[in-house]
Design a protein around this ligand. Structure first.
Ligand SMILES: [Zn+2]
Ligand SMILES: [Zn+2]
Length: 369
């Protein structure tokens, strides 16, 4: 039995999202059907809408979601109908050399796990609709692989939970798992959107003594202090690299690039002190090559690395983040800047573009708010 759902579809890029009725297939043996409650608007969705990053159209975007399981496939034993869940695009097999060494965010078998005999989504013209990252959260419901889902306690508010699956897991896991920031370290975060704010909170939880927030937007910098930044630098008004070097007495121990421009990657590397590590979390288009002084890799033992989705282990990371939230140590409600209904999702992306917000969330079960 298939299901009729309303979803926000991107039919061509650059373009706008259009509400359509789609047919959603039943879950396969390893899949679960989830009724989506909330989905965060992420900059990578915007990259596909704007055509900066190639989109497989027609497509349903959205990969940061919370919801409730309605139905599970026959091989699914860890989830059942009624469970509250968060989705993450870091689908894992649990068997490849990356998964078994704890690097599940770069699982080698992701694409084969996403293969299905029938399309998961079909439009009224009978055309297959691509669910982004095997998810497609800007929809009333989605059918996803069980290894892209983690259960959360029923008492956890689903709106706050929605940001766990991308922004929070990327920013916080990058600090803990990829960079391994140690107590007493100095940290700079370039870009104070959802991922950057999560990295700032991760640095605070890791015990960094100096946390420098960098953004062009003054109101975002005011917010960054509420989340744990100890210093702020307004990019555009000062030389960011010099400002961070001055604040740290010669260079920062860890920097995180959470925007996705080659220029900010170059700054993140340049502002490091000796033995510093720059971690790139932003999606830099291939059209933007990065130029660094390679002699600093050798002579100063600086490191430039990337972390896909923060190098997370989301099935264990996200339940820990829930505990931090419940202890008041990870601020999630404060990250939810604005809510829009599903029919207002293009306005939500406009709000993101106009700046100053941490995360815009779609309340998928309402058309308008
Ligand atoms: Zn995202
Ligand atoms: Zn794997």
């Amino acid at each position: 039995m298939s299901h009729q759902i309303t979803a926000a579809v991107l039919n061509s890029a650059p373009g706008k999202l259009v509400l359509e009725t789609l047919t959603l297939d039943d879950p396969g043996p390893d899949e679960v059907l989830i009724d989506v409650h909330y989905a965060g608007l992420c900059r990578s969705d915007l990259h596909e809408i704007e055509g900066v990053w190639p989109a497989t159209c027609p497509t349903v975007l959205g990969h940061e979601a919370s919801g409730v399981v309605r139905q599970v496939g026959e091989n699914v034993s860890s989830l059942k109908s009624g469970d509250h869940v968060v989705t993450c695009l870091s689908l894992y097999c649990g068997e490849c050399r990356f998964c078994i060494s704890g690097r599940m965010s770069i699982c080698a078998n992701t694409s084969s796990l996403r293969k299905r005999s029938r399309p998961v989504l079909t439009n009224t013209a009978g055309q297959s609709v691509h669910p982004t990252a095997g998810l497609g959260a800007f929809a009333e419901a989605m059918v996803v692989h069980q290894h892209s889902v983690v259960r959360i306690p029923d008492r956890m508010p689903l709106a706050a939970a929605s940001v766990l699956g991308c922004a929070v897991v990327t920013g916080v896991s990058a600090v803990f798992r990829s960079a391994r920031v140690e107590p007493g370290a100095s940290v700079a975060v370039l870009g104070c959107g959802g991922v950057g704010i999560a990295a700032i909170q991760g640095a605070r939880l890791a015990g960094a003594t100096q946390i420098i927030a960098v953004d062009t937007n003054a109101s975002r910098l005011v917010d960054a202090v509420k989340f744990g930044a100890t210093h702020t630098v307004q990019a555009g008004s000062v030389d960011t690299v010099e400002a961070v070097r001055d604040l740290t007495g010669g260079g920062v121990d860890y920097s995180f690039e959470a925007i996705g421009f080659s220029s900010t990657v170059e700054q993140a590397f340049a502002m490091l002190g000796p033995a510093g590590t720059a971690t790139v979390l932003g999606l830099v288009p291939d059209s933007q090559p990065v130029t660094i002084r390679a002699s600093e890799l050798f002579a100063m033992e600086k490191r430039l690395q990337g972390a896909l989705m923060g190098g997370n282990q989301f099935p264990t990371d996200i339940p820990r983040f829930v505990q931090y939230y419940e202890q008041g140590r990870l601020l999630l409600d404060e990250m939810l800047s604005a809510f829009v209904g599903l029919s207002q999702i293009n306005e939500g992306f406009q709000m993101m573009i106009s700046g100053g917000l941490t995360r815009v969330i779609t309340d998928v079960r309402s058309l308008e708010l």
